[in-house]
Design a binder for this molecule. Sequence first.
Ligand code: ADP
Ligand code: MG
Length: 915
Amino acid sequence: MASGGGGYRHSSSGAPTRLSTKIDRQNSGAYATPKASAKSRIPASPSTGSGFRRSSSGPLPAQPRASADAGVPGRVRVAVRLRPRNSEELVADADFGDCVELQPELKRLKLRKNNWESETYEFDEVLTEFASQKRVYEVVAKPVVESVMEGYNGTVMAYGQTGTGKTFTLGRLGDEDTAARGIMVRAMEDILADVSLETDTVSVSYMQLYMETIQDLLDPANDNIAIVEDPKTGDVSLPAATLVDIRDQKSFVELLRVGEQHRFAANTKLNTESSRSHAILMVHVRKTVKGRQDMDMSFRGENGHHTSSHSLRPPVIRKSKLVVVDLAGSERIDKSGSEGHTLEEAKSINLSLSALGKCINALAENSPHVPVRDSKLTRLLRDSFGGTARTSLVVTIGPSPRHRGETASTIMFGQRAMKVENMVKLKEEFDYKSLCRRLDIELDKLIAENERQRKYFEDEVERLRVEAQKRIAEAEKSCKIALENEKTTLQQDYRDSIKKLEEKWKVNQQAIEKSRAEQESRKATKSDELLEVRNMLENEKNLRQSSQDEIIDLRNQVQHWKKLEESRGAEIVKLRKLLDTEASQKEKLEEEIAVLKSQLLQLSLEAEETRRSLDRGASGKIFPGLDSLMSQANRNSQLRDQTNGPKPPIAKLFEQVGLQKILSLLESEDADVRVHAVKVVANLAAEEANQEKIVEAGGLTSLLTLLRSSEDETIRRVAAGAIANLAMNETNQEMIMAQGGVSLLSMTASDAEDPQTLRMVAGAIANLCGNDKLQARLRGEGGIKALLGMVKCGHPDVLAQVARGIANFAKCESRAATQGNTMGRSLLIEDGSLPWIVKNANNEAAPIRRHIELALCHLAQHEVNAKEIINEGALWELVRISRDCSREDIRMLAYRTLTSSPTLQAEMRRLRIEC
Ligand code: ADP
Ligand code: MG
């Protein structure tokens, strides 16, 4: 502060403390909140030290202020409080008016000079004699406490003549009346409500400053505490002072009470009064800052640099202190020596107070030198007065006109402290607001009353609670006693009944003993008898066992005999059956012998008759003879099936009967005759030796006629079979063709229901297919189509014949091609046989497969067919045949065919098939 930069700020203007021109409500107006004032505070240079810690960039929002305000913020806030007349004054000054008149709504105080002249002063707050303690706290101290909770140092001081209410304002404990609590108690309440005891600490030291010596009010022995100032930060501390952690309001009040007692004792010892010393309460708050509200807060750290805000930084601890100073009476300055002290003593007593006044003057006059080091008080307040600290001064005055001079000097001190450059002294009166004043007074009364009532209510609640607890305790007690009584009577009952039961039990026990003894004696006599009976029983048992064994033996024997009998019975049955079959066989053989005998007889008779009629040369009745011949033939065939006997000499028979006659019977009216006749012809035709004769005799024509005209499928089947046999001969084949045999055979096939009919027809056509000369004609008359048409029936015998026919046809075609007969594509292919060929090329029936394999090879040998073979997928079959066919000749034929055809070769190369 020597450099003018101590804890105190300079006033922005060098104006005298009293101004008389005009009132600027905004500048001198209501207590600005610390937030508002901090925002616009003039930044201090770093060299100004501790007083300007965290000064220039507080987190506080801007508040619109007049331009002149730029120099004012942060200034000491000053309130004036008028004490009501005390009992003495009420009497002594009864005829006089107060020396001051307050206009609280205008925040003005009029100091009467005389009856017709007064001077008006403006303060930040004007508190009348009716102002409640609560209101005083709220306007004077609460903003400072709030700023302390935000991390700023703060000071609340009371200045005034002794007896005007400094201690009343600051130090009342309010034991008897809650509403009377002073600023210290209320400040601590607010602080404790705002801290979290887990993370924050609140500690307190309490001292008195007398004659430039600091004494510890919490430890009277500690009576000369040194002030330590940190040269770097300018922080002021009193390391030797007792520091007590405060965790609840009650202990704090207790601490204040103890401090007050110590103060009284110390002053008695020093032979002085409390009013001559300064009482200093220091509250240290260490607060952990949580959450984001401080994120934007960039303030100067202790090194003067900006601490950067970062979401991950460690928790911030804010240290701040609240200093509450109950100053010594202000009258000392002027009345030194009056109490019997030397001038030096008086000077010493008042040094701190006068130094405070000088500092305030220097600041108010914007002097370059502020004598902060002149006293302990100013040194102690260095970091808590002005600058970053919020300071509130309450000046207390009395109403008595007798102390007008003191009151005036107190008011002037307050005015200087405000450093109000635009202080206005008004001449005019402002009485019209008296109504408002009255209401204000009323309000304060009500506030005080409310506080009292609340306290009363809380006390009442507490009282009721205690009473209720008492009653509960009583009820519990009586309940307990009743329970106890109940328990004893029940226990007694229980014991009695147990006793009774025990007696009963004893009686019972004796009875039981008695009966048991009787039983014992009875048992002894019985045991001999029992032994005897037991032996008998044993004997009985043994006897029974042996007889049972015997029974089992006998049963086994019976079982054995039964089995023997059964096996014999089975043998008898077997033998009986054998005998039966032997008998029936014998019977059959005898029957057969009889039949044969009669046949022999009939034959010899017929032979006889025939010879005779031939001898006679007459054409007699032939039918019976033929009939018997046929029946004999049929019977013989039946017999042959059964006995595998030798074939009957049919050739001889027909020689005997005559072929012509047999053929003529084919046209017989009698259906049976026709059937027999055609069968005979078929049998004859099966032998090559007869074939020529049959054809010569017109048998072929007759057979074809039967195909055309007969409605009996058996006849047609047998006829077809005969034609097939005849068709083995090349001449016959031509004849069959010439007589339209192909179309007759096709017709027969399409009408057939029996697969055997189809087999005969297919066999006939297959034979025709093997004739080179007849190829074109055969195909022209639908022979191939007829063949392919028959595959529908699916009978393997039929399919085999069809396959044979196709193979024959293909062979002829290929033969014709090799003989140089130029011809087009195969007629087989033309008639659409290839798909069937491909489909059946791998038929599981060997005869079918072999014929088809051959047919394929023959077709493929002719180059004109190659393209169609490829298209229909027959190439794959050829390749397969060339690889897998079990018959070597066919395999070789397929291989040769594949290798000799350029077209097939090209295709195989394309498909990357090797053969
Ligand atoms: P000082 O500040 O000089 O120590 P005190 O606080 O001791 O003054 O007050 C002196 C007397 O005046 C005390 O009896 C006190 O109760 C009384 N007093 C002070 N101020 C008021 C007030 N505002 N209302 C009622 N009584 C008061
Ligand atoms: Mg006092």
